[in-house]
Write a protein that binds this ligand. Structure first.
Ligand code: CP
Length: 309
């Protein structure tokens, strides 16, 4: 029987979703993608639902995408940014959120630098929580939109070969992608300097390739990640220039392959570091389709969680 509701009240990580949850989110997102391409893009599904977007860390894509998704669903929204709030005066996470919830908020979208912060909230408050990125832990809606975008290009992802390139150690996108792609039956490898590959990676049944050319020859899709210098407290490689020389993806490299690898990137891109501009802007790149699909995926997640209330 086809599943009609999510198995969970929150979306804290892909780890806690079933493959059936993921399929349901995709089917719902397909409908919403059709809706947001109509002349009238708004539906009343979340009328009278209030969503708080709590961003304790910088964001461009995720924040705008959630706000747009909420507006398209007719939700009421409140936006909170840590940099302009009383967090600066020492207010705790729980106090901040309880104060916002006392204004009758139903759902919380939260980005926070501390891994586990959304899970902590879910234990203490009644609202539905969506993790919009927690430190180096998970970024579930990014992985959902990434897999949805791959599926649009390749169909069923079972047996498809995906390589995640770059700073795996500091990336929440990498971990959520690994969980999501494996739940959908894809084969996953990571590629990057040994210092940026976490030791636990083999326990996740993920292959490791240190040679970018071999990784690109193997895969159907390369999801290229940003070097997260802001999370690196020590030097993990000699210089950006050397990183680019060994792990940067350029057009010459892509043109020398036997097949057209699909290029993805969650953004923000460091042009000329992990990707050259002619790769980021090439026909093989689906980076802007990822962003477009983000709105439909987030509409689906918000809609399905609201249905659990
Ligand atoms: N992909 C992503 O999370 O981008 P932002 O940091 O701009 O939200």
């Amino acid at each position: 029987m086809t599943q009609t509701e999510l198995s969970t009240k929150h979306v804290l990580g892909i780890k806690y979703l079933t493959p059936q949850d993921i399929q349901l989110i995709f089917e719902t997102a397909e409908n919403f993608k059709e809706v947001i391409n109509r002349p009238i893009k708004k539906v009343p599904s979340l009328r009278d639902v209030t969503v708080a977007n709590l961003f304790f860390e910088n964001s461009t894509r995720t924040r705008i995408s959630f706000e747009l998704a909420e507006k398209r669903l007719s939700a009421d929204t409140v936006n909170f940014s840590a940099s302009s709030s009383s967090v600066k005066k020492g207010e705790s996470l729980l106090d901040t959120v309880n104060n916002i919830l006392s204004m009758k908020v139903d759902m919380v979208v939260m980005r926070h630098p501390a891994p586990g912060a959304p899970a902590f909230l879910a234990k203490h408050i009644d609202a539905n929580i969506i993790n919009a990125g927690d430190g180096t832990h998970e970024h579930p809606t990014q992985a959902l939109l990434d897999a949805f975008s791959m599926r649009e290009k390749l169909g069923d992802l079972r047996g498809k070969k995906i390589v995640i390139v770059g700073d795996i150690l500091h990336s929440r996108v990498a971990l959520s992608n690994i969980f999501c792609l494996q739940k959908l039956g894809a084969k996953v490898k990571v590629c990057g300097p040994p210092t940026l590959i976490p030791k636990y990676i083999k326990e996740l049944n993920v292959g490791v390739e240190y040679d970018i050319r071999k990784a690109l020859e193997w895969c159907d899709v390369a999801n290229v990640l940003r070097i997260q210098l802001e999370r690196q407290d020590i030097k993990y490689f000699p210089s950006i220039r050397e990183y680019t020389q060994y792990y940067g993806v350029n057009k010459e490299m892509l043109d020398s392959l036997n097949s057209d690898v699909i290029i993805m990137h969650p953004g923000p891109i460091n042009r000329g570091v992990e990707l050259t501009s002619d790769v980021a802007d090439s026909d093989q790149s689906i980076i802007l389709q990822q962003v477009e699909n983000g709105v439909a995926i987030r509409m689906a997640v918000l809609y399905l969680l609201a249905a659990k209330r």
